[in-house]
Write a protein that binds this ligand. Structure first.
Ligand SMILES: Cc1ncc(COP(=O)(O)O)c(C=O)c1O
Length: 356
């Protein structure tokens, strides 16, 4: 019989589970991970690979990916000392949480929000102050400020536009929170390219307690390459990077980044297409009397149906994979799907019309 060694492990493992993508990652029409429906064009992939072939594969990349950092700093208009590149923004979330939290330290997380925040906080045994969204799933900024001050929270995490609600805070609200609370404020802008709100990158130098997180997995269509960025005041950045795992960004990631930023017009065209489709889908969904539609500020849409499990299965039967987000607080019977190609969206709308 195998001996049970679980008592020797970190006790907080009992409080968390392994990350799962409910419903899996395979489907004819895959709309469950907020990815871009557009892959990079073949000519760009070939140019990237030609350059990658010239690299020394037997040599470590730089400890921190300085080439990529420089490219992204030039692209966003901040100094290289204010930028860190990572192997997806998830990696940087672990790094930032390790830098800002420890056992018993307080973190404020609006709820519902991206599940990884709570998971990492639990792992580090931080105390979570959960602030519920308004009924319409919008942020309750007054309550965030009040609770953070009353409970002396030192770290606030805002996903804006928020996954899974698709609602945002405004730049003025970010300013207010950063000014009125004595806390480090992490603003996760994974979906900012689709938002009506302005990015907080422009105010990072004004607020030494502000950290902005970006990913290339959504609008920039590079989920498979794993590229994320953090932008902060250089002094804060010098602290945040201390727990970072070295060498996590590959040479391939740095080269790809350069090509994608150099052809940013393609990203803008893709974002334009997705926003056009989002409006078209919202207009159609508004006419469906059997569901509740929430306003969207990202590349995904939230609906509430009468029986989310049933609708999820009906969609799956047609080869359409969406995310059943009804397990999140306040999101009973809600489904989330990202905007896909026009024909994929039509199939989704037709199936929803027939089944919700
Ligand atoms: C709010 C938010 N932050 C971060 C991530 C992680 O993105 P990645 O690790 O692909 O950069 C996601 C992915 O879904 C997300 O929704």
């Amino acid at each position: 019989m195998n001996k049970d060694y679980s008592r020797l492990l970190n006790p907080s493992l009992e409080d968390i589970g392994a990350y799962i993508v409910e419903g899996g990652q395979q489907a004819d029409v895959k709309l469950n991970q907020n990815e871009s429906p557009f892959d990079l064009p073949q000519w760009m992939k070939e140019a990237i690979l030609d350059e990658f072939k010239k690299e020394a594969w037997n040599r470590y990349p730089d400890i921190l990916p300085f080439r990529g950092i420089k490219e992204y700093a030039a692209f966003t208009g901040v100094s290289s000392e204010s930028v860190m590149m990572s192997n997806g923004s998830n990696e940087m979330l672990y790094t930032i949480f390790l830098a800002c939290l420890c056992k018993g330290k307080k973190v404020l997380i609006p709820q519902p929000s991206f599940s990884l925040y709570e998971k990492i906080a639990r792992l580090i045994l931080a105390d979570i102050t959960a602030v519920p969204m308004h009924e319409d799933l919008g942020f309750d900024v007054e309550e965030i400020i009040r609770r953070a001050r009353d409970e002396q929270v030192g770290f606030i995490v805002l996903s804006t536009p928020n996954n899974p609600t698709s609602k945002s805070v405004t730049l003025d609200e970010i300013r207010r929170i950063a000014e009125e609370v004595e806390a480090i404020v992490l603003v996760d802008e994974a979906y900012i390219e689709f938002s009506r709100q302005e990015s907080a990158i422009g105010i990072v130098m004004e607020y030494p307690n502000l950290i902005v997180l970006r990913t290339m997995s959504k609008a920039l269509a590079l989920a498979g390459l794993r590229i994320g960025f953090t932008i902060a005041n250089p002094e804060l950045m010098a602290q945040i990077v201390k727990p970072k795992i070295p060498f996590t960004s590959s040479r391939l990631a740095e080269i790809t980044l350069k090509h994608v930023l150099g052809n940013y017009k393609l990203v803008e065209e893709a974002v334009g297409y997705i926003l056009g489709e989002r409006s078209r889908m919202m207009e159609t969904l508004l006419k469906f009397e059997t569901l509740t539609l929430f306003e969207s500020d990202a590349n995904f849409i939230i609906i509430r149906v009468s029986d989310s499990k049933k609708v999820f299965s009906r969609l799956a039967g047609e080869g359409i994979l969406v995310r059943n987000v009804s397990g999140y607080p306040m999101m009973e019977n809600c489904l989330r799907f990202n905007v896909g190609l026009r024909e994929e969206n039509d199939l989704l709308l037709d199936t929803l019309r027939a089944s919700s």
